[in-house]
Write a protein that binds this ligand. Sequence first.
Ligand code: ADP
Ligand code: MG
Length: 474
Amino acid sequence: MSVTAESVWNNCLSFIKDNIQPQAFKTWFEPIKPIKLSANSLSVQVPSKFFYEWLEEHYVKLLKVSLTKELGENAKLVYIIKMENTYGNREPFTERIPSSNRSTVSAQELDVPIKSKNPELRNPFVIPGIRNIKIESQLNPNYNFDNFLEGDSNRLARSAGMAVANKPGGTSFNPLLIFGGVGLGKTHLAHAIGVEIKDKYPERTVLYISAEKFTQQYIESVKKNTRNDFIHFYQLIDILIIDDVQFLSGKSGTQDVFFHIFNHLHQNGKQVILTSDKAPVDMQDIEQRLLSRFKWGLSAELQTPDYETRVSILKNKLYRDGVEMPEDIIDYVAKNIKSNIRELEGAVISLIAQSSFNKKEITIELAQQVVEKFVKNTKREVSIDYIQKVVSDYFEMDVSTLQSKTRKRHIVQARQLAMFFAKRFTKASLASIGSQIGKRDHATVLHACKTVDNLAETDKQFRKYIEDLTKKFS
Ligand code: ADP
Ligand code: MG
């Protein structure tokens, strides 16, 4: 029987098949076509540059062993990369990749930096085992587990993230879906997992990408006819992190391609980590088959942090920034910004900036102003201190004047208004209001409330005060 390219390759294939997983064989070896055999050199055709790179990266030894068995010690393998949609039928393939050729994926096209250390494609055996492709992880090292503080609100998600980082692809948390509202740490935690994996397993390929960017790349690839390369590229990843998958809502093409990439990665024991602003049940316009995949692993929620966690996040941030801040200010900020950690950090940064630009000390008043800006849209807890501050400002006096023993009419009125609003907007008792507003007793507060009610009915100017101030509190 004569030795042909086919016969040599078929022998190689049967050896390879026995040595790798069926799925990998199907994906990476079935599409290869033997083309030419001359002396000890076999030419095979592969569908894309990534295909070649993947083979070189993962199967170079296997290829070498199998080919050496067939063709002896000097066996050579030549890859031919099929140029889809470029040369048409005139010249269906070439042995070199022209740098301008569009069917090869370059770093710019994918918008993911790829360093090719070895652009010479012809003979992978020259330097066996060398890494030809390096995918930058796009991870932010500042988002790590050390500075992702633990609390009741994130314990499950954080420990699931740790488990995944310890054994990527090797836990039942695959995919790991982290979901929760804005500013609760989804992106931070997703990076932290990636950073930890890179640290523990430097040889694994980790990629962080937002669903938005993924979508853009996909659309580009369709335009440029490099859809297959796009898919192959993503199939190279060992740990794929996609942030804000809710962005895929209604984008059926991208969902479809992601579905295939996901299946491939999952079947090959690769880890997928996703974040979303919603639980899978609440996601809209996401295909059912994709949603069901999301539910395969673990969905872990990041909830709004409790007070203790907010305080520790603030203290940690201040500590890392080398800034000291009085306890009562920290407490004030933590009490008033509840639903968003990004806002919590923003308020602190703004406070530090304000105080250093204006050379002011960080006071409760400053904190109130800053916090007010951050929680405009959320209902704020009105405190008696805050009420006194607002009323004093309105009448252009100090809080201490408002609280003083003076009987001057306009000061008495301001004090009575403060008591009236404290009764109306807080749950404090009359006695407690009195003690906080100039150390008065509960009878004084009761009297103040009645006076304000009366004046509101009889005095037009006074009614205006009440209206103006009410607006400031609601
Ligand atoms: P999301 O992606 O959910 O909108 P981010 O991950 O961007 O939220 O988090 C917002 C900010 O809050 C980031 O600066 C992040 O570092 C910080 N943050 C969130 N959770 C924590 C935490 N548990 N400990 C420390 N910082 C946190
Ligand atoms: Mg985010």
